[in-house]
Design a protein around this ligand. Sequence first.
Ligand code: MN
Length: 232
Amino acid sequence: MTAYAFPVPPVPAVPVRGSGALYPVSRIFCVGRNYAAHAREMGFDPDREPPFYFMKPANALVASGSTVAYPPETANYHYEMELVIAIGRPAFRVAPEQALDAVWGYACGLDMTRRDLQIKAREMGRPWDLGKGFEESAVIGDLVPAADIGHPSSGAITLSVNGVEKQNSDLSKLIWSVPEVVAHLSRYFHLGPGDLIYTGTPEGVGAVVAGDRLEGAIAGVGSITFTIGPAE
Ligand code: MN
């Protein structure tokens, strides 16, 4: 028998709304620039180039309702309100027409971003990890099963900071829809239970500071809150 040299870290997991169950997370994929108006505000032309991805470690997850410290080594900490897909069945090289069969549920998410570090990395042709994959950067609300709510393809997606609305768009404006994202990503990975996909943020991203309270919502999916605490 082999023992672990250190205690096994807890499995990152997301509560399922209306049940005591937890959805265990193994990987977090994120889609870049998936709303045209956000691509433009970041200085890009939103033509239908293929989607691109970055990842966050699963232990970057933090539950809705949390307060976290303003993160280190940034002076430009941004919110990005997003629809999150939770995969529930194996999917490898699936067609868009079959992709929704692999989707188990949805959640509200915040792709928290150290924008200064992301932009510096982008300009230098370096990976985005320092800007995107840091601790407590993947905020998530309760998962809701597609069996209960269906597969949302339209509906308002909003975010406010201290009660002032900052983002207000519609899921119908996703450049790459949920089935298209799942199908495309399944060309590169054997997707399966435990995989989350943050689908991208609409326009209106911006910086937050200690003391700010974020409240997001997606029609038919749910809501999410997040509070920024003082830096350590
Ligand atoms: Mn994002």
